[in-house]
Write a protein that binds this ligand. Structure first.
Ligand SMILES: [Ca+2]
Ligand SMILES: [Ca+2]
Length: 89
């Protein structure tokens, strides 16, 4: 089972390799442009970050559990940013 650190690290690598800024990554994966990442959109981000399909569903749920502060089951920009800040620190 991949640890949270490994997963966050893979997300960080994806963002720094493929995007200029975290904002650009967020906008890219926000497929329907509603300003929030849904489970489906997060799952796609994890796929691009090379998180195995076997654990992708679990990881998606864990990320929402961990970072969805307002409880709408979606990750908005502020919530996404707090995840990114955690990677950097
Ligand atoms: Ca969206
Ligand atoms: Ca939320």
């Amino acid at each position: 089972m991949a640890t949270k650190e490994i997963i966050l690290n893979k997300i960080q690598i994806l963002i720094s390799n493929s995007f200029k800024t975290p904002e650009e990554a967020f906008a890219f994966f926000d497929n329907d442009k509603d300003g929030k990442l849904s489970k489906k959109e997060i799952s796609e981000l994890l796929r691009k970050a090379e998180i195995s399909g076997l654990i992708r569903g679990i990881v998606t749920n864990k990320l929402i559990e961990g970072y969805d502060k307002d409880g709408d089951e979606l990750v908005n920009w502020n919530e996404f940013k707090s995840a990114i800040d955690e990677i950097k620190s």
